[in-house]
Design a protein around this ligand. Structure first.
Ligand code: ADP
Length: 557
């Protein structure tokens, strides 16, 4: 017993080590995963990455809008009347309705100014026009030459012919943004330099130029694609939070990332956001999904480890059972063989004169060879079952007769061993289709066990009766009993209860697994009712089945 315990303990560290080898990397992976996700969450890394992405979109958007603005303005400046033909300005304005005012400055005090004729009916526009023309005279007298030099330098270095700047006007309470474009007109010479320009009205920028430009710069938007949130951009003035113009999918609210225009539209700011969601929402969702995936993976790993642990311990237990089996069986084979040899040799010497003694020796030799036969039969049956070659031959049988005759040959021996033997067999039982030899072997296995595992209370009862349309065969003893948690395991191959009383008794751990196999092949079941110290009752239930069913089972068994 001590030896067994020591062995069991020596296997534990092996399993433990094996589990540790799997568990440590898995646990490290999970801990690292959680730590990594937490650091992403803490540093708001996802938000930062999306914002950087948005900044890039805005930078590209600004560049494209600038290009477009230059194209439109340079096309208009090319059509602008030359210095000598300012009289054609009205027709220029009519063909460019998006331009609110145009001017030509040819030197100190020489400003020609004209506003869009159609707007002059509006008194407010008229006042604006008058004020602007008087302001402009002053501006260009001071800065006109500087701008001409700047424009010439720009054209030489960048190939740009126009220069944009912001121009604010007040309408009522509001400051309105306008875009002032300057260029050197045709006919300007180094001796007589001239500066020309025009102003794009707020309404044009707001309703025409920016909506078109903003929609053009966004990557292809597919409204049906719901897997990615759509990006929307807008432009606002630095003096107001609300958009001056926005792309189609702008759904209100504040921008998440902004970028001021640096070149063409100073004073305007580009803003970007996601339609229907926020960067924080996306980051939260991503984090939640990542944690969920990590959680699910951890659970799977845990479950995998649990299954591995269970399998490994089972395999180790089976390996242990097998090695116990080998030593038990060799012991079981050696003892009867030694006895047979001893008594046969004694008889052979012919020194025994007492006939009673001689008879006793013959009996011992017979009993020991019977024990050997039954053990070998069990092992052979087991190996046939394991290799799937076990076949049963079912025949219509009077089970009462089978049980009676099987027990008869043992009755004397059982009673001689000091057992009180009771046998209750009902008459009028239906004939069953059974394999006689297999059923007899099952019964003998149960009877043998009852005898083996009855230490002090020596009682054996065998009952055969009708039950629920079938037949029950019970083997009852008042022996050592079986603990409840062991009652299912005892039907497994090689399994023996780890009780010292059991280990002092010879056995292979095969008997009950054979009984269960045989009974199940007959379409029946075997059960046990037992309490430690109070004895056990094994019940074989055999159904009355059609011969067809039995035959099929027999073949497949
Ligand atoms: P064994 O050769 O060890 O008897 P079995 O398969 O017949 O193998 O039985 C398996 C185990 O079930 C036994 O080792 C024993 O622990 C327990 N067992 C079987 N029958 C009895 C019984 N009648 N009383 C107590 N324990 C039993």
């Amino acid at each position: 017993m001590l030896k067994l315990e020591v062995r069991r303990w020596s296997e534990r560290p092996r399993v433990f080590l094996l589990m540790l080898a799997v568990m440590l990397p898995a646990a490290a992976l999970i801990v690292f995963g959680v730590y990594y996700l937490r650091s992403i969450q803490r540093d708001k890394a996802i938000e930062a990455a999306i914002k950087i992405d948005h900044q890039q979109v805005l930078a590209i958007a600004e560049k494209r809008i600038d290009e477009h603005a230059y194209e439109v303005a340079e096309a208009a400046s090319a059509k602008f009347p030359s210095v000598d033909n300012f009289g054609e300005i009205d027709s220029f304005l009519t063909t460019h309705p998006n331009i609110a005012h145009a001017f030509l400055w040819t030197g100190k005090g020489m400003l020609k100014f004209r506003s869009q004729p159609s707007q002059m009916k509006d008194p407010q526009s008229c006042t604006e026009s008058t004020k602007l023309s008087s302001d402009m005279g002053g501006w260009w007298d001071i800065e006109g030459k500087d701008y001409i030099a700047k424009l010439q330098k720009m054209e030489a270095m960048e190939g740009r012919r126009v220069y944009f700047t912001d121009h604010w006007i007040t309408r009522g309470e509001k400051m309105m943004y306008q875009s002032l474009v300057m260029f050197v007109p045709r006919g300007s010479t180094p001796e007589h330099p001239a500066l020309a320009g025009f102003i794009y009205d707020t309404d044009y920028l707001k309703n025409d130029f920016f909506p078109q430009a903003l929609n053009a710069v966004l990557p292809d938007q597919n409204q049906r694609d719901t897997s990615h949130p759509q990006t929307a951009i807008m432009v606002r003035t630095e003096k107001s939070e609300s958009p001056l113009a926005a792309s189609t999918y702008w759904d209100g609210g504040m921008s998440e990332v902004e970028r001021p225009f640096e070149d063409v539209f100073p004073g305007l700011i580009l803003g970007i956001k996601l339609r229907g969601t926020t960067i924080a929402d996306i980051s939260d969702r991503l984090m939640r999904t990542s944690f969920l995936i990590l959680g699910a993976l951890s659970l799977l790993m845990g479950a995998g480890m649990f299954l591995t642990y269970r399998n490994v311990t089972r395999e180790l237990a089976l390996a242990k059972l097998k090695s116990d089996f080998v030593s038990n069986v060799s012991h079981e084979l050696r003892t009867p063989l030694a006895l047979i040899r001893l008594y046969a040799e004694t008889l052979e010497l012919g020194r025994l004169t007492n006939p009673g003694k001689r008879q006793e020796y013959y009996e011992i030799i017979r009993k020991e060879s019977e024990r050997l036969t039954s053990l070998i039969n069990n092992i052979l049956d087991f190996s046939r079952i394991e290799s799937g070659k076990k076949e049963y031959s079912f025949r219509e049988t009077d089970v009462a007769d089978l049980v009676r005759s099987t027990l008869e040959s043992y009755r004397f021996e059982i009673e001689q061993n000091g057992f009180q033997f009771e046998q209750k067999i009902d008459c009028n039982l239906p004939a069953l289709l059974v394999d006689r030899e297999a059923i007899a072997r099952s019964l003998l296995n149960l009877v043998n066990n009852a005898v083996k595992y009855s230490a002090t209370e020596k009682y054996l009862g065998v009952n055969l009766y009708r039950h629920n349309g079938g037949v029950n065969l019970e083997v009852v003893d008042h022996g050592i009993g079986i603990p409840t948690k062991e009652q299912l395991k005892i039907f497994e191959k090689f399994y023996r209860v780890g009780d010292p009383l059991v280990h002092n008794t010879k056995g292979s751990g095969l008997g009950l697994s054979l009984v269960r196999h045989i009974v199940q092949a007959h379409g029946g079941e075997v059960a046990v009712e037992s309490q430690p110290g109070q004895g056990s009752k094994f019940i074989i239930t055999l159904p009355v089945q059609s011969s067809e069913v039995q035959r099929t089972k027999g073949m497949s068994a």
